[in-house]
Design a protein around this ligand. Structure first.
Ligand code: C2E
Ligand code: MG
Ligand code: MG
Ligand code: MG
Length: 282
């Protein structure tokens, strides 16, 4: 009967909620244990960013992966939210920042022509008291030049407290690091605020790449975002480039850099080195 189906539905819903909640607690527990006893479970992959004029690699974005002892390789969309909720993102993010800076310093010392490494900062890291210290220490420990480090911050992290964000950005800027606005277009930034932030780069969210160039509407929208970014005098990176036609479109619209599966997926260190040796200098 309908009533029974309803009750079953509720039970099913309750079971799913239970499963989600226990998954979250299990991940949290495993993350604590992992960070404490085997932090090498947290691995950085690197995805190249290509200059659209020269088609050369300019830099890489560091993206976290978790080699979970039972579940296998887990992507950040699953564990970053848990890390953010529990505050574990602070030690985890610190580890990512450290690892990325050391890796680029090593690549540069081996003679690889990589200009920068991009590291994602979570909202909690960005608003944290020790951000300036972490960044300064990381740079000192790794020996990396500050201008070779790009910190990626999302719109929502910046817009929570505009005045405080402005102060933090200026502090980072004075240290010489570069600042990028990540996932542009998905948040709700006010354009006047955007103009006042001392940003260097703007990364257009990959959702704006969909339908380009086949759909006229999608293409017009992307073109106007690119024009807007040019007006803000920021270096523009297009995320999520999956086709040669999209790459051509971006090139014609004066986009500076592209990142996406067409060029390369995020790769572990060894594979990225092999990729750079093959494609990097064509
Ligand atoms: P993000 O910073 O916007 O990173 C770009 C994401 O887009 C990556 O997903 C990348 O694999 C994916 N991507 C790149 N090109 C393409 C493409 O052509 N097509 C499609 N469909 N996807 C593409 P990933 O590695 O799963 O990371 C997801 C998000 O997790 C990142 O988004 C970032 O917000 C967060 N994240 C990753 N590593 C860290 C970290 O170390 N710290 C923090 N706080 N967040 C991180
Ligand atoms: Mg990013
Ligand atoms: Mg992004
Ligand atoms: Mg994204």
């Amino acid at each position: 009967s309908v009533k029974l189906a309803g009750r079953d539905g509720v039970r099913q819903w309750a079971e799913e909620m239970d499963a989600q909640v226990s998954q979250r607690f299990e991940l949290e527990r495993d993350m604590r244990i992992g960070l404490e006893h085997s932090p090498e479970q947290f691995v950085l992959y690197y995805q190249p960013l290509i200059d659209l004029q020269t088609r050369q690699v300019r830099g890489v974005e560091a993206l976290l992966r978790w080699q979970h002892p039972q579940r296998g390789l887990i992507g950040p969309d699953l564990f970053i939210p848990v890390a953010e909720l529990t505050g574990l993102i602070v030690p985890l993010g610190r580890r990512a920042l450290d690892g990325a800076c050391r890796q680029l310093q090593q690549w540069q010392s081996e003679g690889l022509a990589l200009e920068f490494v991009s590291v994602n900062l979570s909202p909690l890291q960005f608003s944290g008291e020790d951000l300036q210290c972490s960044v300064a220490e990381t740079l000192a420990n790794s020996g990396l030049a500050p201008e070779a480090l790009v910190l990626e911050i999302t719109e929502s992290a910046l817009m929570t407290d505009v005045q405080k964000s402005l102060d933090t950005l200026h502090v980072l800027k004075r240290m010489g690091v570069r600042l990028a606005l990540d996932d542009f277009g998905t948040g709700y930034s006010s354009l006047s605020h955007l103009r006042s932030f001392p940003l260097d780069k703007l990364k257009i969210d990959r959702s704006f790449m969909q339908g380009v160039p086949e759909s006229r509407g999608d293409s017009l929208l992307l073109a106007s975002i690119l024009e807007l970014a040019a007006g803000l005098q920021l270096e523009v990176v297009a995320e999520g480039v999956e086709t040669e036609a999209q790459l051509q479109f971006l090139y014609r619209h004066d986009c500076a850099m592209a990142q996406g599966f067409l060029l390369s997926r995020p790769l572990p260190v060894g594979q990225l080195q092999a990729w750079l040796a093959q494609d990097g200098d064509q």
